[in-house]
Write a protein of this length. Structure first.
Length: 252
């Protein structure tokens, strides 16, 4: 049974007080409302410990937005999987398009990060998706195929079952432009088909594939109702509890 998940990616937003406020609102919301899906958040790493402490009801999974591919040592500015684990962080985003665009991250890097997280018992949310040019030229199916194969297909069946995939077309991230439910569904079905060919249908049916890119309260229900869409990775709308909670309730 695939898990239904709404995950919030805060990106580089909120100062300490703002982060504390949003976490407190999230705690109160999750204490007082039945949750129709799993709720994950990826605040800036600096606030991960505060998030673990404040979200004491354990109803929200705390992730980071990135993790190092190295174990330890002279890697200035990096944070290791073991560090995350030692403060109770449960996983990390891997390969978000902004990491690819601004920090030169490739699928080869993603493959290492995904593997390290899994070895530590943490959950990777592996992000992929095509750029506008790639979609316009009709390359989107091949781009996503290649990304998925390079980053994930070195894993065993047991390992890949623990990965969450987030399809995020780059042209829809932070632009207000959302992929139509049909456009998203066809890529999700494509990814599931690739997983099925490589690992068999039973494994493919266990893997949650989230959609990301301008998900809002107004469009969440229609997107989440698609057959192969198991939830969303939410950027801008995760920064306001009113919006984030409505997106969670889109599963209701
Ligand atoms: P957005 O971001 O919802 O602001 O488009 C999604 C993401 O980058 O994960």
């Amino acid at each position: 049974m695939r898990k239904k998940i709404v995950a919030g990616n805060w990106k580089m937003n909120k100062d300490y007080v703002g982060a504390q406020q949003l976490l407190t609102q999230l705690l109160s919301y999750t204490n007082n409302n039945p949750l129709p899906c799993e709720v994950h958040i990826a605040p800036p790493s600096l606030y991960a410990m505060m998030a673990k402490d404040l979200l004491e009801n354990g109803k929200v999974t705390v992730l980071t937005q990135d993790v190092s591919e190295h174990n330890q040592g002279a890697y200035t500015g990096e944070i290791s999987v073991e560090m995350l684990k030692s403060i109770g962080v449960q996983g990390s985003l891997v390969g978000h398009s902004e990491r690819r665009q601004f920090h030169g991250e490739t699928d080869a890097h993603c493959a290492v990060k995904v593997k390290k997280l899994l070895e530590a018992g943490l959950t990777p949310i592996y992000c992929n998706g095509e750029t506008l040019e790639q979609r316009k030229s009709g390359a989107h199916f091949d781009v996503v195929k290649n990304q998925t194969e390079v980053a994930l297909f070195g894993l065993s069946a047991e390992e890949i079952k623990k990965v969450i995939i987030a399809y995020e077309p780059v042209w829809a991230i932070g632009t207000g432009e959302t992929a139509s439910p049909e456009q998203a569904q066809e890529i999700h079905a494509h990814i599931r088909q690739l997983l099925s060919q490589k690992y068999g249908n039973d494994v493919a049916q266990e893997i949650s594939i989230l959609y990301g890119g301008s998900v809002k309260p107004e469009n969440a229900k229609e997107i989440f109702s698609q057959k192969d869409i198991d939830g969303g990775l939410i950027g801008g709308a995760a920064l306001k509890i009113e919006d984030f909670s409505k997106i969670i309730e889109a599963f209701g």
